[in-house]
Design a protein around this ligand. Structure first.
Ligand SMILES: Cc1cc2nc3c(=O)[nH]c(=O)nc-3n(C[C@H](O)[C@H](O)[C@H](O)COP(=O)(O)O)c2cc1C
Length: 315
């Protein structure tokens, strides 16, 4: 049995989402936060702090940092340690143009000597202070064939977990992940490796189990947002029920409204979720369109009610 980690997704897997998901659909052992981008002194905006200090209860949250300098990482890490976090994740995978052009995210993979120098600073500090550092990486910038050279750099450090999104930066989120290249490259890795990229079925897990048997953790993002019961389904075969989805949806909506988020912003946040969850209603094109077009909370509630009653729920 593989263990599951919930992938970071900016604008989606926020604190409120994580807490409600974990309570209603336990199954992920860890939730990674969407990236936090501190400035060079390690300061970060209050919105990030609010997200991090929200009551986590029994769920394990790993904060993720998007930085390309060891000093900024270390200054932020000290603040996160004061908040009680003991593992911090480095984002070496974000493909977005604005991030990449600053040599952050997947941009860190452009120059392996600089990557090495940054990791040297980070891991020396982590060793002195006593926290773990995991890395979430792409397999390359232009091609996944760059991965063995990137891995050589990672292998020099006590990486607590290496999470590999099995695509290169130029693939963004499209095309097939390079599972074969992943399985070949991570054989014999000295640290725990986590597979990430398009896992949505028992067949995907079976493939991983035979091609990369030493990889016992899988990170899932889009498919788990599309079907919040996915981890349970993969573990036990028990499918999502419509009444569970309705309860999950209603609690998220009411939690965001109660947190002071305006109705208009709450509608926008819920619509972002529906861009993934719409696949649960493959034959309700008209109802889905009305949900995604709604601008006000009353219109949104009417549209979502019609979608739930459409009779086309197919998890
Ligand atoms: C809307 C969206 C936001 C994302 N935000 C982040 C992020 O903040 N940090 C990160 O490391 N990856 C981020 N990702 C990438 C996912 O964590 C994951 O690596 C990717 O979607 C592949 O996994 P999947 O096929 O299971 O979704 C994001 C992906 C999407 C689609």
């Amino acid at each position: 049995m593989k263990e599951f980690l919930f992938a970071p997704m900016e604008g989606v897997t926020l604190a409120g989402y994580r807490a409600i998901h974990h309570r209603m659909f336990p199954g992920a052992v860890e939730y990674y936060t969407p990236f936090i981008a501190p400035d060079s002194n390690g300061s970060f905006r209050p919105k990030y702090l609010r997200e991090l200090t929200a009551d986590c209860g029994t769920l394990t949250v790993v904060p993720q940092l998007l930085v390309n300098r060891a000093d900024a990482f270390c200054a932020t890490a000290e603040k996160l340690c004061e908040l009680g976090f003991r593992e911090i994740n480095l984002n070496a995978g974000c493909p977005s143009g604005t991030v990449f052009s600053k040599h952050k995210g997947a941009g860190m993979l452009l120059d392996l000597a600089s990557l090495d120098a940054v990791l040297d600073g980070i891991y020396s500090h982590a060793g002195r202070i006593g926290y773990r550092v995991s890395i979430k990486t792409r397999m390359g910038v232009r091609s996944t064939e760059e991965f063995p050279a990137i891995l050589e750099v990672y292998r020099k450090y006590p990486v607590s977990r290496l999470i590999v999104h099995a695509r290169c930066r130029e693939d963004y989120y499209r095309g097939e992940p390079d599972r074969t290249g992943f399985a070949a490259a991570v054989r014999g890795c000295p640290f725990p490796v986590v597979y990430n990229g398009d896992v949505r079925s028992a067949e995907d897990l079976a493939w991983l189990g035979s091609a990369a048997p030493q990889v016992d953790s899988v990170m899932i993002g889009r498919a788990a947002v599309a079907n919040p019961a996915l981890f349970r389904y993969l573990q036990t075969g028990e499918q999502l029920r419509l009444e569970e989805l309705t309860a999950f949806h209603d609690e998220l909506t009411e939690t965001w409204l109660a947190s002071g988020l305006s109705p208009v912003f709450t509608v926008e946040r819920m619509k972002t979720l529906w861009t993934f969850m719409q696949e649960l209603f493959p034959e309700a094109k008209r109802e889905v369109k009305a949900v995604l077009k709604a601008k006000t909370m009353p219109d949104y509630r009417i549209a979502v009610g019609a979608l739930f009653r459409s009779g086309s729920f197919r998890p």
